[in-house]
Design a protein around this ligand. Sequence first.
Ligand SMILES: Nc1ncnc2c1ncn2[C@@H]1O[C@H](COP(=O)(O)OP(=O)(O)OP(=O)(O)O)[C@@H](O)[C@H]1O
Length: 258
Amino acid sequence: MTEPIVQFKSISKSFDELEVMKDFTLDVDPGEIVSIIGPSGSGKTTIIRMLMTLEKPTGGDIIVEGENLWKMESKGKLVPADERHLRKVRSNVGMVFQHFNLFPHMTILRNCTEAPIHVLGLSKKEAETRAKEMLEKVGLGDKVDNYPMQLSGGQQQRVAIARALVMQPKVMLFDEPTSALDPELVGEVLEVIKDLAQQGDMSMILVTHEMDFAWQVSDRIVFIADGQLVEHGKPSEVLDNPKSDRLRNFLERFRTQV
Ligand SMILES: Nc1ncnc2c1ncn2[C@@H]1O[C@H](COP(=O)(O)OP(=O)(O)OP(=O)(O)O)[C@@H](O)[C@H]1O
């Protein structure tokens, strides 16, 4: 049996008095595409942020490629991870945010070569070759010398995807990647994500409100509410045949809103 690439083991998370995640457990297999859906405030972004080391769980373990993300071994004991350990384990994970966060004063190519040069230690030439390949992949091979402001929001988000891909992550995280875009630009970004999903060599965890898209690309849909996993399964099981009242109500409310 293959080892999961990501494991959330009994995760809890509180912000002061506010308990946001409770005993959250989820395994993601290599190459698996998992979409997380749930009401606003249910903890979807928090799950992603903990995997990116932007938030620290209050309890439980997150394992990435067999390594505990937040803890490391020292003299036979598990101790809190230091910055070096966090960086090493996190290097398996790429992320695309809601807002593209490109450097406005750098060309598209340079936006994609900064991290491979400074984090992976690639030469400028190697980084540029890799970045150009990824920009081709997202359909922006002709924009390498442009600046972010010269691109549409959809194109900028595709650059952000290329920038994450350049790091060759094993897992890509997408946190509502189209929610900051004008409606007419959503499709092109979803197409790029769909193409990546179909290649099957990378795991993906997507937080999305685009149910049709989630249906099409996901191997599994995870429904969370109040920081707990309520139901998960194939899109046809979860979206077409919800078992719990909570999911049924969520989907009904969702469908009447759109
Ligand atoms: N840094 C923080 N400090 C305090 N509370 C926080 C912080 N980050 C998140 N929360 C709270 O944690 C809860 C879960 O937030 P989270 O952003 O994970 O939900 P979500 O499911 O992604 O919501 P949405 O769909 O609206 O983006 C919310 O009640 C939120 O207000």
